[in-house]
Design a binder for this molecule. Structure first.
Ligand SMILES: Cc1cc2nc3c(=O)[nH]c(=O)nc-3n(C[C@H](O)[C@H](O)[C@H](O)COP(=O)(O)OP(=O)(O)OC[C@H]3O[C@@H](n4cnc5c(N)ncnc54)[C@H](O)[C@@H]3O)c2cc1C
Length: 390
């Protein structure tokens, strides 16, 4: 039997409060008692609505012993002999979560020439590294990676499984979740352990960023989340001892075979940039973008853009900053003609210093900016360029 919602008829008075809270319209009142219909997805929204405690959740019978799942596993990523920054950020977060749940931390790493990175994972918090290294594993592909990771999870039984919301992580995580028949929360911005239930609270923007949703996975394991690069700090590593468990090399029989790979031009752009000159609709024309490019060049930075510029074809998608673009964490973010919509700001929470240039003194971006310049961004850009050229 699946986990579900049950009504204790001896307590129910048919007040109908639960009917109003059910987003699925799955509860109705019949003969002065609440009845849960087939539309129920056991989301639990109704539980708190009943003041008489007549609604409860059934546990999944014949299912897993949830207590047998322990610890946190980070799905590591490495490219060209280097760990992806998000892997180290996730390990840092895992250590913080571990303080609450007192469990072990492990990492899964698969690829070519990755053995030397196992110690770095240990230094950043992993107690155990599940390592699969082979010449044939030069290019990550979802199917063999998902198969290998799933079999590690089935044996190691981590309670929590974290992925970077990188292009590969976003593609791998749902495949693993489907194989394990568990839930997955994408693009989390906050992860914490609920002190009462011990569940992982996974918070992410919802409804176009207008509210934050906190999602839990009470009935299935592992509890799975992806987190974008730059959302959590990386923390310092320290010399530690850990265990490396070597895994058998899987047969690469997936539907995708990668023959060769070339770094995308975007790999040198905003995700890792220390200085970003970001351009919004206030720049006025595609021609004016040249001033942003020139300032970025003089500062040794990169050019980013708000979504309308990408939609207009003035900038490419890899340059987009925000909720549906990249999350960035530069030392300096110069926002030129950007209003500061919540979806844009979702991408720059990690910026150390924000300089905003806008003609509107009431533009929302000024609430987050460290330095505010009220004026025409094209003129200000020209002046900055002139000063730097001097
Ligand atoms: C689900 C969803 C996801 C989204 N994801 C993203 C995302 O990832 N990234 C993103 O950026 N947006 C995203 N958006 C769009 C977002 O809501 C805003 O519409 C967008 O960020 C606005 O871009 P903007 O600031 O460039 O333009 P506008 O909001 O039009 O602002 C232009 C600003 O320029 C100023 N200005 C005008 N002329 C000048 C001048 N000469 N000099 C200086 N300032 C001037 C104006 O005062 C204004 O503040 C998303 C929206 C939704 C619904």
């Amino acid at each position: 039997m699946m986990a579900g919602i049950v009504i204790d008829e001896s307590r129910c008075v048919g007040c109908g409060l639960c009917v109003k809270t059910c987003p699925q319209g799955a509860i109705e009142i019949k003969d002065k008692k609440a009845h849960v219909g087939d539309g129920c997805i056991a989301c639990g929204m109704c539980l708190d609505s009943c003041k008489l405690g007549a609604i409860s959740r059934t546990q999944e019978k014949g299912g897993e012993d949830l207590d047998s799942w322990k610890g946190i596993l980070v799905a590591a990523e490495a490219y060209e002999g280097k760990l992806h920054s998000v892997t180290l950020e996730l390990l840092c977060k895992a250590k913080e979560l571990q303080c609450d749940s007192k469990c072990g931390i492990s990492a899964f790493l698969m690829g070519k020439d990755v053995e030397k990175l196992a110690q770095e994972l240990i230094n950043h918090g992993a107690d155990t590294v599940y390592l699969c290294q082979d010449e044939s594993l030069a290019y990550p592909t979802e199917e063999p990676w998902a198969d290998a990771l799933t079999s590690v999870i089935e044996k190691a039984r981590p309670e929590i499984l974290l992925f970077g919301a990188t292009e590969f992580g976003r593609s791998l995580a749902p495949r693993v979740a489907a194989r394990l028949r568990t839930g997955l929360t994408a693009d989390c911005t906050v992860l914490q352990i609920d002190k009462e239930t011990g569940l992982l609270q996974q918070t992410r923007p919802a409804f176009g960023g207008n509210l934050m949703a906190t999602i839990v996975c009470p009935n299935h394991r592992p509890q799975m989340a992806t987190v974008r690069p730059g959302v959590f700090p990386m923390g310092q590593g320290e010399m530690r001892q850990g265990t490396v468990v070597r895994l058998p090399v899987p047969a690469l029989s997936g539907r995708v075979q990668v023959e060769s790979a070339q770094p995308a031009p975007e790999s040198k752009t905003i995700a890792d940039a220390q200085i970003i000159v970001a351009v919004g609709r206030g720049i006025g024309s595609q021609k004016n973008m040249q001033y942003a490019y020139e300032l970025a060049r003089l500062l040794g930075g990169q050019v980013g853009a708000s979504r309308p510029l990408v939609d207009a074809g003035w900038a490419q998608y890899p340059m987009q900053v925000g909720q549906t673009g990249k999350t960035v964490a530069p030392k300096l973010y110069i926002a030129c003609g950007i209003s500061g919509a919540i979806q844009h700001m979702a991408g720059i929470g990690g910026a150390e210093t924000i300089v905003a240039i806008n003609t509107d003194p009431d533009a929302p971006i000024f609430q987050s900016a460290h330095y505010a310049i009220v004026g025409d961004c094209v003129e200000v850009l020209k002046e900055m360029i002139a000063q730097l050229q001097k």
